[in-house]
Design a protein around this ligand. Structure first.
Ligand code: SF4
Length: 238
């Protein structure tokens, strides 16, 4: 029997791995294709993300090697242009789930395999640590798509946190001052992610299919006040 195709990004798939994930929330998001109403995201993070990628590529074009702060991830011989998300996907024949995404950068390893890296603009704090289960799925999702599409073999995965250096310099204060503003430095903090594409991704694709086939939304997380408030609002205006 042909199942209705359901699309999900590798990053959204990762929500299933968060310890506090709510089945009801996930079901509703899936039905809405993860396009939620009343959401406002500051554009600054995608601007910094895009800036980070340009820094990597411009350094590579000039020096023919990737920037030095990636050295702890290994020896790289080049960069692979990252396919646009509309061309980077697989459809799992068993579940009918389309998995897509777009890695930030793909480095070429000395042995011919590839290394996927994702950039985060954040300090590596306990709060970021709590998101690691999501990033494990996101990066292994990219690896799974990459290998299934026949683009090559993945040899490693990693996160690069660009941490804004919050304290204004005192001694070298003048070096960051420009006529029209100021510069703010970022430092890289690397974190390697365990590689296990099929082991991580396949059980979650089955889980997505289970949610997609549910006739109605499951119950929400115990004690979540937001759903209680919504019930009350719907009770008033409904
Ligand atoms: S219980 Fe909370 S997290 Fe779950 S659907 Fe309701 S508002 Fe969302």
């Amino acid at each position: 029997m042909n199942k209705k195709q359901v699309r999900i990004s590798a990053k959204n798939l990762g929500q299933l791995a968060l310890p506090d994930y709510c089945p009801r929330c996930f079901y509703l998001k899936l039905k809405l294709q993860f396009k939620l109403p009343w959401q406002i995201f500051p554009g600054i993070f995608s601007t910094i993300d895009s800036y980070s990628k340009k820094i990597t590529w411009q350094y590579y074009k000039k020096h023919k090697i990737v920037p030095p702060w990636f050295k702890p991830f290994g020896n790289f011989t080049g960069l692979l242009p990252v396919p646009h998300w509309s061309k980077f996907y697989i459809v799992d024949s068993k579940t009918g789930i389309m998995l897509n995404g777009m890695p930030d950068d793909i480095f070429i390893m000395a042995d011919g395999r590839y290394f996927i890296v994702d950039y985060k603009t954040a300090k590596f704090t306990d709060n970021q640590d709590a998101l690691i289960p999501l990033y494990v799925i996101q990066l292994n999702g990219y690896a799974y798509i990459f290998e299934k599409m026949g683009m090559g073999k993945i040899g490693g995965l990693g996160l690069c946190y660009y941490e804004p250096q919050g304290d204004a310099p005192t001694v070298s204060f003048e070096t960051v001052i420009q006529d029209d503003g100021f510069d703010m430095p970022f430092k890289a903090h690397l974190k390697r992610i365990k590689l296990d594409p099929a082991g991580v991704v396949l059980p979650l694709l089955k889980e997505v299919r289970r949610y997609a086939d549910m006739g109605k939304a499951p119950v929400g997380r115990d004690g979540c006040r937001d759903c209680e408030i919504l019930e009350r609002v719907v009770g008033v205006v409904g």
